[in-house]
Ligand binder design. Structure first.
Ligand SMILES: [Fe+2]
Length: 371
């Protein structure tokens, strides 16, 4: 399986004057193209792919099927396509104190779900923006198009929040320091609500050459996290591409599974799978056709439907993507004839809805326990 991931461009890297020996990534402007690379993605759904494990690789799949109250809440979030304050509270309550088994025989006890960072994401095929209203609290976030690591244990805001104690409290591997002794982790928990496209890809951190490819990055946080001015930049990590990095996805993932991964530096980002660029074009054509039909603008509808040469996902796309492409192309074929616009638009919108990736994520303080 392969797909594309977007990294920092080598031209955007400078030496780090504050922490000599490290590298820094320059600020990225909105819509600035990154270094998009075709990567081999190991599909954890495939029988022959062995998952490396949290302590080794920095991430692991966890089974959430035995948490009925969490599953009920996730179903309501999926149904409403919205994370309410009540649902967020219910999710926190259903996870606090829970013990999750890990593949290596140890377990992870969730001590608490932290205040910042519980939100949902929505993304169309190939990262298409499907959040016209933008970010609204815990909703309206796009998928993460740049490969990144979520938090520098030595940086803002952990330094201020924990008065410099974070590197001693949390287990971490950073380019200029590590703590292997602690059993306390700061982890992300990522749960797909529906993920036919834009799977979260995670890097096995043992395959990262951190001094050369892990970059300090100051992410402005205005607009989506409530922080005071001193903490208006979030110190995270960016990454350069390297062919030795090993990347993992899981193509058969639903809300009964999640990933835990180390917030303090594991590289991750949304991958575009084979066929997503074609699905994106089909999505845009269906969307524009719907808008034109609903406006009664036949000329615009004909233009949006396009010719009969619209490309389908290639043969090596996942069955889900291939089938979605067939359905969407058939809808456009149908629209070339005279259609009942309201019935057709209903079906077209359902087809578009079916290829939107929805996920929910949060930060956990968790303790590794034996057995
Ligand atoms: Fe992230």
């Amino acid at each position: 399986m392969h797909g594309s991931l977007t990294f920092t461009r080598p031209d955007d890297v400078i030496p780090d004057e504050e922490r000599p020996g490290l590298l820094r990534a320059l600020p990225v402007q909105a819509d600035q193209p990154g270094d998009t690379r075709r990567c081999d993605l190991r599909d954890l759904a495939a029988a022959h792919v062995v998952e490396p494990g949290l302590e080794e690789a920095g991430f692991e799949t966890v089974d959430l099927s035995g948490l009925p109250s969490l599953q009920r809440t996730l179903a309501t979030v999926r149904e409403a396509d919205h994370l309410s304050d009540e649902a967020a509270l219910a999710i926190r309550e259903s996870l606090s104190g829970v013990v999750l088994g890990l593949a290596g025989g140890k377990s992870l006890r969730i001590d608490y779900v932290v205040d910042d960072g519980l939100f949902t994401r929505r993304a169309g095929p190939n990262g298409l923006n499907v959040n016209p209203g933008g970010i609204d609290g815990a909703n309206g976030h796009d998928s993460a198009q740049y490969v990144h690591g979520d938090q520098d244990v030595f940086g803002t805001p952990l330094r201020q929040m924990m008065h410099g104690g974070a590197p001693d409290l949390f287990r971490h591997i950073s380019p200029d320091g590590r703590n292997d002794d602690s059993d306390t982790f700061l982890l992300n928990l990522w749960i797909p609500l529906h993920a036919p496209v834009q799977p979260l890809a995670l890097m096995d951190r043992r395959t990262l050459d951190a001094p050369r490819h892990q970059l300090r990055y100051g992410l402005p946080v205005d607009g989506f996290l409530e922080r005071d001015e001193r903490a208006s930049v979030n110190d995270i990590w960016a990454f350069l591409y390297d062919e030795d990095q090993q990347w993992y996805i899981r193509t058969d993932m639903g809300p009964d599974q999640g990933y835990v991964f180390d917030t303090l530096g594991v590289g991750h980002g949304a991958a575009a799978l084979v066929g997503e660029p074609e699905l994106e074009q089909l999505f845009i054509s269906l969307h524009r056709t719907c808008e034109a039909l609903e406006d009664g603008d036949d000329a615009a509808a004909r233009a949006a439907i396009g010719g009969s040469t619209i490309a389908l996902p290639p043969a090596d796309a996942t069955p889900t993507i291939a089938q979605a492409g067939q359905v969407m192309a058939a809808l456009l074929d149908e629209a070339r004839a005279d259609v009942d616009s309201s019935a057709w638009c209903g079906r077209a919108r359902a087809a578009m809805d079916g290829v939107i990736r929805r996920s929910i994520e949060m930060r956990l303080v968790a303790t590794l326990v034996n057995g």
